[in-house]
Design a protein around this ligand. Sequence first.
Ligand SMILES: [Zn+2]
Length: 374
Amino acid sequence: MPALLSLALLALLGSAFATPNPNPQQLPLINADLLYGNAPPTKLRDDLLSLHRSLVEVESITYHETEVGHHLARYLRRRGYTTQLQYIPSKTDSPDENRFNVLAWPGDSARPNPRVIISSHIDVVPPYIPYYISDDEPTSDTVIGGRGSVDAKGSIAAQIIALQSLLDAGEVREEDVMLLFVVGEESPGDGMRHFSNSSERHALNFESVIFGEPTENKLACGHKGGLFCSIEASGISGHSGYPWLGKSANELLIKALYEMINTDLGSSDKFGNTTVNIGRIDGGVAANVIPDHAKVDLAIRVAIGPEDEGGEIVVDRIKKILYELDPESLKFAYTHGYGVVECDCAVPGNVPPFEARLSRLESLLISFRIRDDC
Ligand SMILES: [Zn+2]
């Protein structure tokens, strides 16, 4: 089955970008010498490293993906692919008015009808970190870095080179595959959302999608949900020398956060614990003033389901904590939340490199599933 062959090669190629790790679980499982180690350099490896380097060297922080998009499309066209730039409707807060997803398929068909879509994202998080490689001649100890070198330009390079190898070997038919590289995955997911709602997507009748994301070279079979929220604390201002005359919003917020990170907000055998990232805190005006206002922004990874209710269950547990502490002074708000997302990861046959695991495919998968009409 072509998709499985692609997956096998993707795992092999993806391992080229892993920082050396003593954990045997993270070491390549098949013929790593093909890429590095004792075997002589191969054209496959050189092509892979060259494409990867060229992608990482182009800065593509979210909202600035245009240059890397053109670079990718040019690369694919030169290798016989038909490309389509799918432009994203601009938003007033976007500094780049010409953002686009890159769709590509082998050959010159005007109306592709692939069985498999191979996808990843071309944007990265800030700041830009230049490409680097620790050795001129790569070995198993070589470290390759730079922003996006793993997430997800490592995936993109591996996907393209793997696909080309399979096409060259006649293992995959041209008409069976399409590449889809989207913008805006890191935030706000508009690239994949736009594709999912587009006429191009509705014209397709594919059987499966391979998403490229860092998954430790394992096949992801689900991911945690998310809850994106904030808590505001209100206090009474006063001089720091007379704390009994005021009420510290900072103290209140700290107590709430302490309770949250020490409470089981939801856990399951398969997905582990619901975890809380205290991402940003604002509070107070000066060291000698009792703060009357504090706010925290949180990203919570939800480990319980179902998908459409897991987020609400965590919300209720957080509200209970806040209510028991100080219902008048602690206000909770959230933009959206959802429970765990389980994928169909049953792979027929015995594909040695893969060990199904949970992973972080949230943005691509969730955006892929979103349709305005459902
Ligand atoms: Zn990613």
